[in-house]
Structures are given as C-alpha cells and as structure tokens.
Design a binder for this molecule. Sequence first.
Ligand SMILES: [Zn+2]
Length: 546
Amino acid sequence: MSTRLRILGGTVHDPANGVDGEVRDICIEDGHIVADLPGGAPTLDARGMIVMAGGVDIHSHLASSSCNHARRLLPEERSADPAPAPALLDGAASSRSGTGGTVPTTFTSGYRYAGLGYTTVFDAAVAPVMARHSHAELEDTPCVDGGFFALMGNDEYLLRQVAAGEKERARDYAAWLLGATGAYAIKIVNPGGVEAWKSGQRNLSGIDDVLTAHGVTPRAILETLADSANQLQLPHPVHIHCNNLGLPGNVAVTLASMQAMAGRRAHFTHVQFHSYGGPGWSSGAAQVIEYVNSHPELSVDVGQVMFGPATTITADGPVEYLLHKSSGRKWVNIDIELETGCGIVPFQYKDKAAVSALQWAIGLELFLLSRDPWRVVLSTDHPNGGSFLSYPALIQLLMDRSVREERLKQVNPKLLAGSALADGLTREYTLNEVAIITRAGPARLLGLRQKGHLGTGADADVTVYARNADIAQMFATPRYVIKGGTLVVEEGQLRRAPTGRRLHVRPGYDDALLPDLKRYFDAHSTIAFENYPVQGIPDDPLPLRP
Ligand SMILES: [Zn+2]
C-alpha cells in the first residue's frame, strides 16, 4: 500500500536545494520526497507554518555502554524526571515508560528527539568491543535513524601499526573494525593521551609528545586515521576530539592538530572545549574559527555549553579525573579492554561561575564568527555541554541578539574581557542558517545524501513548526514531525514511534590483515576473534563516497 501525504502551503527552508522561505507543497510517497502527487492525496495543512527537513545530530551520546554507566551513576535523575509511556496510536508495543534527565533512557531519548523535530542521531563515541550494546540501545531508540562512531585513537592494535609505520595495515584494520562493529565513522579521542594516562605515563599535551610505551605521537595517530578515512572513502571523515580538552591554553594544540591535517578532510568536534587561550583562562575562539573559516577541507561542531545540569561522558579518562578532583563530584572510570577509556562526571554549568560563563561565550563566538554555516554546525556534545533539549534555547541565542545581550548581562564577566562576545557581536542567524546548522550541514558533513534536505528522493523526514514570536518555544515544540513518511508528532503530541534505520558502513580491506589480527586476538582479547564481529546488524551498509 502506498502512503502519500501532501504538506500543503508551508514556508519551506531547504538550503541544500536553494529554497529559502518559499511557500510550496512538500509531497511524500512511500517514505520519500516526491516531486508531486495526484489530486486527492491526503493533505497536512501547513499554511503559515515553517517547514524544514528533520534535524540531524552529528554528535551526541545517547546509545552506548558509557551512557548506561551514566544512567547508573545518576539515580537522582531517574527519580526527578519520570517519563510515562506516551499515548501512541500505533499500539502499546512500542510505547514505553522511561526517565529523562541529562541521560534519558533509550525509548525516552527517541521520543524526546522526535518531539524536538530531530530524526537522525549519531552516538559519537563507542568502544568497539561494546558495539553490540550500542546496537541493542539503538534498537530501543525509536523515531530516529541512528548510528555510531567507533573509537580508534588509543586502540592497542592500531597503535602498534602506527608505531611500525604500517599505514596500509592500519587502514585495513580501521576498515575491518568499522564493518565488524557496524559503525559509521572513525572517532579519535585525545589521540595517544588516554593510553598514556591509563598506563601510568602523564597525559600527552602536545601533538609531538611521545606515548612512550609505543613510541608514537598524537600527530602520527591523527595523520594515519585521517588518511585511512579518506582513502576508504568513508562518507564522514575522521571525527577528532583533540588532546587537552577543557584545559586553559589548549588552543595551541587544537590549531596544531588542524595544521597537521595539511589539506586532509577532517571534522573537529566540540571545538568550544578546545578553544581556550592561556596560560590563564581566556577565549581562543577567534583563532580557531579563523583557521576553520580559511580551510574549506575542515569542519567542526561547536559543543556549546548551556547553563544548567550536564553529564560529562567521554573516552577521555584523564580529563574526567581532573574534573572529578576539581568538582568533587562522583565519577566512573572504565578501562575498556585494549581499545579506549571512559570517564563520566555529572556537572553543573552556572552562569555565576567564571569558567562556565567563558565556555558559554566561546561557543557563541564560534557560531557568530563562523563564515560558513555548512562547516560549523550545532551541537552541545549532548549531554556534555547540556542536554539536546537545550537546542531550542541555543537557536534563540543565535537568532535573537537582544535575548543574547540580556543573558550576557547576567553571567559572571570576570574572564570575558577581550572576548568578541563581550565586545558585541551583532550577527543574528536567519532561519535558513538555522536549517543549515541543524540539518542540511550535518547531513552533508556526514555524507548522508538522503538526509537534511527536501529534494526529490530524500528520506521523508520533515519537521513543521508553528510560527511563534518566542523562537525557543517554536523550536522546542514542533507542530508536526514526519519520520520516513510516518507522522510521528501530530499537533505537538507524539503519536507514533516507528523503529529507526541503522546507519553504518562496511568498507573493503585486504584479507592479509586477518591472520595477524587473529594472532593478536588470541594473545590479548577476552573475546574470540570469530565472535567479535556483530551479527545481524539491520539495514544495508550505506554507500561510500564516489
Ligand atoms: Zn562527545
């Protein structure tokens, strides 16, 4: 049975197709956007409303063993934010209760993302050995198409290949690992530094520091994995969390890491956390964004800090140790086989705290000084800088200068001297720019050809907003959300919760890798080589770059 829907007469913002606020119909048939429909097709009246593609979150933490540890660490969130099962029209089977807070349970994550108009989400940090767990969580995260990035920047087998100068073998291993785990992209977190800290050496602070046990540098890891991603023609380039996250003066290592890419395509994540001047605390945002502006091969997501509760969840164990010590908050630290690390610390960003205010200001500077919204996209590094539920308030700060200036008056100004935000940034994002940084841009950076736009053939993921003078309110409560042609939100209420598609890749590699890799598994792994690959990953792998 074909399912058809004509979204009638909305004001469409579809920047990927050059549409900026034109009143037109969007037609859907069998889960995809089509050019037109015969008369008599069902209609959805969107006259006077704003129509965009469904949101695409390029960097979130929602479906991983780390998130599950965070849920266990935070029982107070479970009691404070109950989430009863929604009253769905498509049967009780998919309607589940849960809890919210900064790290919602799986079903609740899916419902809340959909309620926000987001229909595609990636978990940005999954330990490969825990990939099964992420697939199980994604299975229970309805309403969104989802995938994850596999952590490789401190992986023992990878480090051995880098140390030996075996670049092709490193690339083959990365390809094998992506296919074996059903991942979508290569993630690097604090290259070499996590392994250094785990093994008793101090954290690495510069990209030419040496991880002594292996004789490798962050630079070599960055170059090897960036080349691997590009040679494998992965849809998304290497996704980099630099060394020295969260430390004053880290702008130097961030710029050095970007320079080390030397023309290679690469994505740098949550750059707000990597844009601090030094030796004391100050903004380094202008230097970072200037470099990004002038290097079209690079892209970033911002990692905005929003005031309020957060939970920091990262593979960067050493930074979590520092945060645990300085904040006195409880924490979790996990060494995950020989692959990566994990640390979790709950945190509160307070507007009266000088460093939090600086972080908030730096994120906004990055957005407001960006010259290319296609390459500087929205994230809060959920839930590290704040929950995804704070995206509407962030959009309001970007679109409304007066709201921003009022908020600025309330924050601790101690560290803001000399920051561009304190000097007054007048820019206001347009609706089209918001459509770029929340869906069209992330989809393009991820290489998702059927996402983030409303052209013929695109997935029918559509969000319809009722105009509201309160921009935050408008983006927080879309009137309609359509996921793969299914109307999931009607009149602002979640009504259906279809299972999302799994987004993953399976690049080719030279089998000559396998005997050596098997020997390595036999010697070091708790899991037999044959049992390591995840079986039964739903949906076909996505195509590689042409
Ligand atoms: Zn992250």
